[in-house]
Design a protein around this ligand. Structure first.
Ligand code: ASP
Length: 428
């Protein structure tokens, strides 16, 4: 994509977002003034927004499985020498681990200093819908930490393709890509095929990018419009757990504008501000879809075409990172669990804090890159520290909103990782 086009798209995306916020603000005030009269009109506007948003989301989801498969196979095979792959793999995983644990550590510090849960129990009585949702989630709470590692493998790779189950697809692609490089001519034929698929997917992303402004516009209208019509509205929701939301958004912002940019500057010698500007289309897609998986195509496009990151690095660091490297999610898991403990007056020992640190860091690997996927993992951690998992209901009302911010941090963390690995590749 040419620079001129990509700047036009960036302007359109930001314009779409701003317009959506204006539309929601106007509609909400009209609705509050005259619920009976304006209600039906508002519902229709929301339905149109939902249609536009779903159209964009589906077009992204449509290409994710072939894109991830092809880009990882091509990425890993283009690195050639197996010893190089070792170094890069080590750096990539090391980067993921360091950034994720820094995020969790920050979460532990903030939640213990600001204590958002103390005295919050009154405000947190779950509504009926939320208690029901918690009960539904509770059925899935028996995921043990060991299961996270089993989830790396699928019993049937075609089932994983069909269900978009990313972790096993990535493992399969890494193994297949590596093996193909050892098969000589026969392997090269297959690799050529995947190179063609990969190039085609990148072209399709270029087309989908034009849908982003309208898609983001629609997604924001649908979700925020819908929430503003609910009893109590958006404001009441955020206020009820205001301190918790402030700690989450404040901490994620700190990690994103201080910790990660410092690493980006030191490790990749890039100007963090410029890199951030290049990434805006991907970050806004993350914010509006709440899914780092659905954002993969945009993240690859922005890192490679806009920011000039080595495509071999982006091709495997981004899909891998979207699935296993979740700074925002890990941070949120730790803060949410301790917040709930504080609200219930449960004193956590230092040992339990360490347990939360470790499980939040490692379990974020197994959290799917889809909206609100952390909830299940938070329930797992709650039961580990002997808190009944249905207390998740306390955060359900705000979770969808906070999910947007942690997803942005997840995608930003992956992009910073891609720049780091890309620089290393170019130097070696
Ligand atoms: N929505 C997040 C993501 O896709 C996952 C989560 O924390 O729920 O990155």
């Amino acid at each position: 994509m040419s620079g001129k086009h990509s700047n036009l798209i960036l302007a359109l995306i930001v314009g779409g977002l701003v317009l959506a916020i204006i539309v929601v603000a106007i509609c909400t005030s009209l609705y509050n003034g005259n619920p009976e009269g304006f209600g039906p009109v508002y519902v229709n506007i929301i339905a149109v927004g939902d249609f536009l948003g779903q159209f964009f989301l589906r077009s992204l989801r449509m290409i994710i499985v072939p894109l991830v498969l092809a880009s990882i196979i091509v990425g890993i095979s283009s690195l050639g020498d197996i010893r190089k792959i070792g170094g890069i793999g080590f750096r990539t995983l090391g980067f993921y681990l360091v950034t994720t644990s820094l995020a969790v550590l920050l979460g532990l510090i903030l939640v213990n200093v600001f204590q958002p849960g103390v005295g919050a129990e009154g405000a947190l009585t779950a509504g009926e819908g939320q208690a029901e949702r918690a009960a539904q989630l509770a059925g899935r709470e028996d995921v043990a930490i060991g299961d996270v590692f089993l989830s790396f493998l699928s019993t049937n790779i075609f089932k994983a393709f069909a269900e978009g189950d990313m972790l096993p697809i990535i493992v399969f692609a890494l193994v297949l890509g590596g093996i193909l490089t050892t098969l000589g001519e026969r392997g090269r034929v297959v690799l050529k095929f995947f190179e063609g698929v990969n190039d085609a997917m990148m072209k399709i992303i270029g087309l989908i990018l034009w849908l982003a402004p309208i898609g983001i516009f629609g997604l924001v209208i649908a979700k925020f419009g819908g929430a503003s019509m609910e009893p109590g509205g958006l404001r009441a929701m955020v206020m009820s757990v205001g301190k918790f939301s402030a700690v989450v958004i404040g901490g994620i912002t700190f990690h994103s504008v201080v910790t990660l940019p410092i690493l980006l500057f030191v490790l990749s010698k890039r100007n963090p501000f410029k890199y951030f500007l290049d990434l805006i289309p991907a970050l806004l897609t993350a914010w509006s879809t709440s899914s780092s998986g659905a954002t993969i195509p945009m993240t690859i496009e922005c890192t490679v075409d806009r920011a000039g990151v080595d495509s071999r690095a982006a091709g495997f660091v981004i899909p891998l990172g979207a699935t296993v490297n979740m700074d925002g999610t890990a941070f949120y898991e730790a803060v949410a669990v301790i917040f709930i403990a504080q609200a219930l007056n449960v004193d956590l020992s230092i040992g339990q804090m360490i347990l939360i640190f470790l499980t939040a860091t490692f379990s974020s690997i197994g959290v799917a890159a889809i909206p609100q996927a952390s909830l299940v993992m938070i329930m797992v951690i709650l039961s580990q520290v002997d808190i009944p998992a249905e207390n998740i209901a306390m955060i359900l009302a705000v979770d969808w909103f906070l999910d947007r911010f942690r997803t942005v941090a997840n995608v930003w963390g992956d992009s910073v990782g891609a720049a780091f690995v890309g620089r290393h590749l170019q130097q070696s």
